[in-house]
Design a protein around this ligand. Structure first.
Ligand code: OTN
Length: 465
């Protein structure tokens, strides 16, 4: 029989969300034209006028990189609306762009649909333009806009409730808005913060640098989300005995700012930096939300696109070959033939290895058959069964007899959806994964070793795969 789940487990939305691994964020709005990041809400709609907006160009960048979900900022805290909402005049309909007939949300959702990308929306809860902000009238206004966006643009995959400046918005307001999300878009993931903590499918990671904690548990006590100050470590690492399953979504911009500034063209994150962020977010049981600031023309700049191609090249090139596949694998406490050790090496998520119920520790030995050199290691737990393993280490053997710890893979704690360890190159004939503690017997669907794809000295991948 299958192992029984332990502790909080993910819902269907969260399981689907984890599989996206990387989500693109697009900050495009009035700030793009004024040069701000946090506009005061007073900028004239006349200023919004992209000369060549092309959301299909945005999605082509994502498609090449294998990124299959994207979040558009429909309204940031300056209050300017990127769609011709019926509920305020502070929107594209009073801009010169397309003679006031344009709709960025429509162009974005259409482009996503055409590219097979899940479209999602950031509707800033904080609003510096609308004088009703913080009152019941504002809550009605926000509810009207939310329902407009959730009704008129097809499936909306995620809604992003930024906590920045949102302290006046009570849980009662969010309860009403969350009810509307659930009624109109039952499968929509909620990024919840502060007073929307009760509805969060995923949480803020506690920084905007792209770095999850080590460990990083998918579980947390929701009060840590509500009271961010003083709980940054909990947001970053999760809480091993947290009462709710609310994994981290790691928001970081490919440039220093969230919105486009020409002077930052030379400061786009390098491939090395992006790879490091990938390892410390996706590789730490989190989903990466990588921000692109389209420029004043309305396009993703070529350097941002090139870096994205290179990141894709690195990820794909590294993980395409599991050097342990086909190895002989045996364990100390196997559960039985339906959960055999080789299931960890079959590149198939639906088959997994499980430890016998009588044990919370185990030793998994992999005989590679010949010498293999690797510098990346990956584990994936069966997340539907909860966080089970709470302590693990990997040793290697060069001669097949004595064991040496891999320092970077020693004393690890969480696994979850995916845990990646980057280590100094190791040449081994055998590996040993020691499960040193757990809430229940291990349930692991993938154990992999890889050689990191090399990049050219200029940091640019030769070709996107
Ligand atoms: O000044 N800030 O508001 C700020 C500075 C640095 C990092 C975060 C913030 S606000 C913070 O933003 C998060 C998204 O990055 C979440 O929405 C949090 O709820 C919010 O407090």
């Amino acid at each position: 029989t299958a192992p029984t789940p332990v502790g909080p487990v993910p819902n269907a939305r969260q399981i689907e969300w984890y599989h996206r691994e990387i989500i693109a964020f697009f900050h495009f709005g009035m700030n793009t034209f004024t040069g701000d990041n946090e506009g005061d809400g007073k900028a004239d709609p006349e200023q919004f006028n992209p000369a060549a907006l092309d959301c299909n160009q945005w999605t082509s960048v994502l498609k090449r990189a294998g990124i299959t979900s994207a979040i558009l900022v429909a309204k940031h805290a300056d209050g300017f609306c990127n769609w011709p909402t019926a509920h305020t005049n502070y929107s594209v309909k009073n801009s010169p762009w397309k003679d006031g007939k344009g709709d960025v949300v429509k162009e974005f959702t259409d482009a996503c649909k055409a590219a097979g990308i899940k479209a999602a929306i950031y509707l800033g809860p904080h609003d510096r333009h609308d004088s009703r902000y913080g009152t019941d009238d504002y809550a009605n206004y926000y509810a009207d806009q939310l329902s407009e966006l959730l009704r008129n643009y097809g499936p909306i995959w995620e809604i992003w409730w930024d906590g920045a400046g949102a302290d006046k918005l009570t849980t009662a307001y969010y309860t009403r808005w969350a009810d509307s999300v659930r009624a109109l878009q039952p499968n929509c993931v909620i990024f919840g913060t502060k007073n929307s903590y009760a509805f969060a499918d995923c949480r803020w990671v506690g920084n905007e640098s792209g770095i999850s904690g080590d460990p990083c548990w998918s579980t947390i006590n929701p009060s840590s989300i509500q009271e961010e100050t003083g709980h940054i470590t909990e947001l970053n690492e999760g809480e091993i005995n947290g009462t709710a399953y609310i994994p981290a979504e790691v928001d970081v911009s490919i440039r220093p700012s969230w919105f486009y500034h020409p002077e930052e063209d030379a400061r786009v994150k390098t491939v090395d930096e992006l790879w490091d962020i990938y390892l410390k977010s996706v590789g730490r049981n989190s989903v990466l939300l990588l921000n692109y600031p389209p420029n004043k023309e309305g396009l993703v700049s070529s350097i941002d696109a090139q870096r994205t191609d290179s990141l894709r090249y690195l990820i794909h090139g590294t993980f395409k070959t599991n050097l342990a596949s086909g190895a002989r694998i045996k364990t100390l406490h196997p559960r039985g033939s339906n959960y055999k050790p080789s299931n960890m090496l079959d590149n198939n998520e639906s088959s997994y290895y499980a430890t016998s119920d009588a044990y919370t520790t185990d030793t998994i030995e992999v005989d590679l058959g010949s010498k293999k050199t690797f510098d990346v290691l990956m584990l994936q737990e069966v997340i539907e069964l909860g966080h089970r393993t709470t302590g693990w280490s990997v040793d290697y053997s060069a001669n097949g007899k004595s064991w040496t710890p891999i320092p970077e893979a020693t004393g690890k704690q969480s696994i979850g959806y995916k845990w990646i360890v980057k280590c100094k190159p190791v040449t081994a004939t055998k590996l040993r994964l020691r499960i040193t503690s757990g809430k229940a017997g291990a349930a692991i669907h993938t154990f992999g070793i890889y050689k990191q794809q090399s990049i050219r000295p200029d940091g640019i991948a030769k070709a996107a795969i």
